[in-house]
Design a protein around this ligand. Structure first.
Ligand SMILES: [Zn+2]
Length: 292
């Protein structure tokens, strides 16, 4: 039996393989979430200094990108050897502490790995052995990156949203998740719907409720899933935002006038729509036809 046949015949095998792949990719997602915003900040600072004709204030920076330097403890700079860099297992084996300086490793790292694995297994379960699965994985993992970067920095990097938007439009040519007309209208509707809400809100209250990153993220989701999913994503993300935001303001006594990142809710709603959007639409049509 070939590997492909085995994956086809035993779905549990497919979930496990894709789930383990999710753990490994999740470990890389942690790197992207941590380093990409720092790389962008360095580039902005360099641009500003150049524009203002200021001399470089810093020493020529050491090479810093997604690959270099290798993984190390942020406190004692102890390099992490590959055997201590196994997703999830290393965290458990090290009991969540750096072996050299005993600093606590944030629980977020294994959680992102676990999240990437669970999402991967759900995608494999929903799409099976098909062309949709590898692309859905790329979609889901990029949403995890965007959500966490937005939580940390209130920022949705163009470096992720725009290439993903183009990829979504390209996939529609081959009808992977939706057809081209739905994808193009989805991208436009996604961008313009939040753009109009943003300007209406700003006109009414003088405050800015969202950022342009949110428009681009919803445009990306519309390009991947089609315009039909855009209203569903807006409703789900608003509900999630209202519920989680209110809960957070009670639990953490968060100041409600502070801006909140909307990206994580959009990202979560995007994953839900990818996995169960069709069921949500047909359930809605079913209940509304009963009601009418
Ligand atoms: Zn350390």
């Amino acid at each position: 039996m070939s590997l492909l046949e085995a994956l086809q015949r035993y779905p549990e095998f497919l979930f496990s393989v894709v789930g383990i792949l999710g753990l490994i990719v999740g470990s890389f997602l942690n790197v992207v979430i941590f380093r990409l915003p720092l790389m962008m900040e360095t580039a902005w600072r360099r641009d500003c200094q150049e524009l203002l004709g200021m001399p470089d204030s810093e020493q020529p920076p050491q090479r810093f990108n997604l690959m270099l330097p290798g993984s190390h403890c942020p406190i004692c700079h102890n390099p992490i050897p590959p055997r201590e860099n196994i997703p999830l297992l290393s965290y458990l084996a090290l009991k969540g502490r750096c072996p050299k300086c005993n600093t606590r490793i944030p629980i977020r790292y294994p959680l992102v790995e676990l999240l990437a694995a669970i999402l991967a297994a759900l995608i494999a379960w929903q799409f099976g052995l098909s062309w949709q699965t590898p692309f859905a994985l790329v979609f889901g993992w990029s949403l995890i990156c965007l959500g966490f970067i937005d939580i940390d920095h209130q920022l949705l990097p163009d470096a992720i949203t725009l290439p993903m938007l183009w990829l979504g439009l390209t996939l529609s040519v081959f009808n992977v998740f939706t057809d081209s007309a739905s994808a193009i209208i989805g991208a436009v509707a996604g961008y313009l719907s939040l753009w109009s809400i943003y300007h209406a809100f700003k006109l009414a209250t003088g405050k800015e409720g969202m950022g342009y990153g949110d428009f681009k993220l919803l445009a990306m989701l519309g390009a991947w899933l089609g315009w039909q999913m855009v209203p569903i994503i807006v409703v789900i993300s608003s509900l999630l935002g209202a519920v989680i935001g209110t809960a957070a303001s009670f639990v953490f006594h968060r100041d409600r006038s502070l801006p909140i990142a909307f990206g994580p809710y959009l990202a979560l709603a995007g994953c839900i729509s990818l996995l169960w959007g069709d069921q949500i639409i047909s359930a809605y049509l079913h209940t509304s036809s009963l009601g009418g």
